[in-house]
Design a protein around this ligand. Structure first.
Ligand SMILES: Cc1cc2nc3c(=O)[nH]c(=O)nc-3n(C[C@H](O)[C@H](O)[C@H](O)COP(=O)(O)OP(=O)(O)OC[C@H]3O[C@@H](n4cnc5c(N)ncnc54)[C@H](O)[C@@H]3O)c2cc1C
Length: 452
């Protein structure tokens, strides 16, 4: 060990949740240290520099209405956001054909539209009956948690088109396939965000805006304010209870603290040894809350040529590998940047291929959706999140059938002097940057109360 530090609170993980918790603890006069496994802060938020000042957003990017805590945090750090470009026609590739349309729904067939709208209205109604603080207490929690979303969709839709829509929606929001997800999880998630439509929409929804300069600026500026209290390349291996406190052991550093906030997703808590061992339900929660598979592929062009063709840059495809696209050009509109999401089974398939093949297939998708000019970008970057050692998939932890009712109550419940943060623990906007910030704020309040 290179050294031992003595602080009031140790925070594990310098994602938005951990950094927010540390900010609030320090503001309340507590000494704090943040231990981060990676050589950078931000976790699932990652912006990389591109040519001529452009920024490749390879992790979290968008924010929308109702996400008050991330918006307030960004404002406090002088970071501005601007609307995601959405003027023009959207493209839907379905059944081997391209449909161009305005708004959320393509004009496929009236039967499909009606079928989809009916099922979606039913989901919105059921979602409102799930208490976000305790989904396992919904009156029909057992029934809803006892089936996959695929099962529900097959029983409640009549057309292949409606099923394709829900498959794309689940891939887009959770980066998994409908059979992997508990129906209760999707209902909770929709309520947690204010509705399924809010999750899916650009204008008025979760993709409405993005940050000038990249979302990672938020994490970087938070970390700047914490200065040397953030220690990088310090993966925490062990958390042990000792004489009225905890010893947190990271590579190269040992911290003695009154309390610890573990701000890493449950699936990654599994890699930390706890002494004494965690209660069974908490330990098994770590085994149950899996992550999806997602890649972001971003191509940069001199200009957003699709706008000249009357296209918004937003597209969805049932063929893949890119399932959804957005125009993520900077506020000035130059250079032109297209973001493609590769999700669920498509991401798992692409992960088997070498980098140049992944890139070729992503660009093939862009060419089908936006034309031949998409073939040769000036620059290109991608990130496959299942391959990230300290994320192991994204966008966040989700529950398969049976998960919420069996393990939900353990999500936020502190264990002795160990407190839990991270977007997965947030009842509001779980899975999003906003949920991460809320969870950090909640964990800090919890610890401050406990410390008196
Ligand atoms: C591709 C992608 C796109 C996304 N798009 C959006 C979006 O548009 N809008 C949105 O709001 N959200 C989006 N998200 C989700 C968003 O990124 C997350 O909800 C949020 O950043 C989670 O923050 P967190 O602090 O809870 O967790 P994390 O960011 O995962 O932070 C956890 C930190 O803990 C560290 N760590 C892990 N194990 C250890 C250990 N043993 N010791 C020390 N450190 C450890 C990790 O390195 C990481 O830095 C996206 C995510 C991805 C991956």
């Amino acid at each position: 060990m290179a050294g031992t530090l003595d602080v009031d609170v140790a925070v594990v993980g310098a994602g938005l949740a951990g950094l927010t918790a540390a900010r609030d603890l320090e503001a309340a006069g507590r000494s704090v240290v943040v231990l981060e496994a990676r050589d950078r802060v931000g976790g699932r938020v990652l912006s990389e520099p591109g040519p001529d000042g452009a920024v490749f957003e390879l992790g979290a990017q968008f924010l929308g209405p109702g996400q008050h805590r991330i918006a307030a945090l960004a404002r406090s750090l002088d970071i501005e956001s601007f609307p995601t470009h959405s003027a023009g026609l959207n493209v839907f590739e379905y059944g081997g054909r391209l449909h161009r349309f305005r708004g959320l729904a393509p004009r496929v067939s009236p039967a499909v539209l009606l079928d989809t709208a009916r099922a979606q209205a039913r989901i919105e109604r059921m979602a409102r009956r799930v208490p976000v603080e305790a989904p396992w207490e919904a009156r029909r929690a057992g029934e809803w948690d006892g089936q996959s979303f695929r099962t529900w969709v097959e029983r409640n839709t009549l057309t292949a088109g409606a099923r394709a829509f829900f498959e794309l929606a689940v891939q887009a929001v959770f980066s998994v396939e409908p059979e992997e997800l508990s129906l209760l999880h999707i209902l909770f998630y929709a309520h947690s965000a204010g509705g399924l439509a809010t999750l899916l929409d650009t204008e008025g929804g979760a993709q409405e805006e993005h940050f000038d300069g990249g979302a990672a600026l938020v994490a970087a500026r938070l970390a700047d304010r914490l200065r040397e209290r953030v220690v990088l390349e310090a993966p925490v291996r062990r958390v042990a209870a000792r004489d009225g406190g905890v010893i947190v052991s990271a590579d190269g550093l040992e911290v003695s603290a009154g309390r610890v906030v573990v701000a890493v997703p449950p699936a990654l808590c599994e890699r930390i040894a706890f002494d004494p061992p965690l209660p069974g339900r908490r330990a098994q929660l770590h085994q149950r809350m899996a992550h999806g598979a997602v890649a972001k592929c971003v191509a940069l062009y001199h200009e957003p040529f699709w706008r000249e063709d009357g296209l918004s840059g937003q597209a969805a495809s049932d063929l893949g590998p890119v399932g959804a696209t957005f125009d993520v050009s900077p506020r000035s509109g130059r250079p032109g940047m297209i973001l493609g999401f590769v999700e669920g089974r498509h991401a798992r398939e692409l992960e088997l291929l070498p980098p140049e093949e992944r890139r070729r297939l992503a660009l093939d998708s862009f060419v089908r959706l936006f034309g031949e000019r998409a073939r040769r970008p000036e620059a290109y970057a991608d990130r496959f999140w299942a391959e990230e050692e300290w994320s192991r998939g994204c966008y966040g932890g989700f529950f398969a059938p049976g998960g919420w009712t069996a393990y939900g109550p353990a999500l936020r419940e502190p264990v002795g002097r160990v407190h839990w943060a991270g977007t997965e623990t947030s009842p509001v906007w779980m899975g999003y940057m906003d949920g991460a910030v809320r969870s950090g704020e909640r964990a800090a309040r919890e610890v401050l109360r406990a410390l008196g």
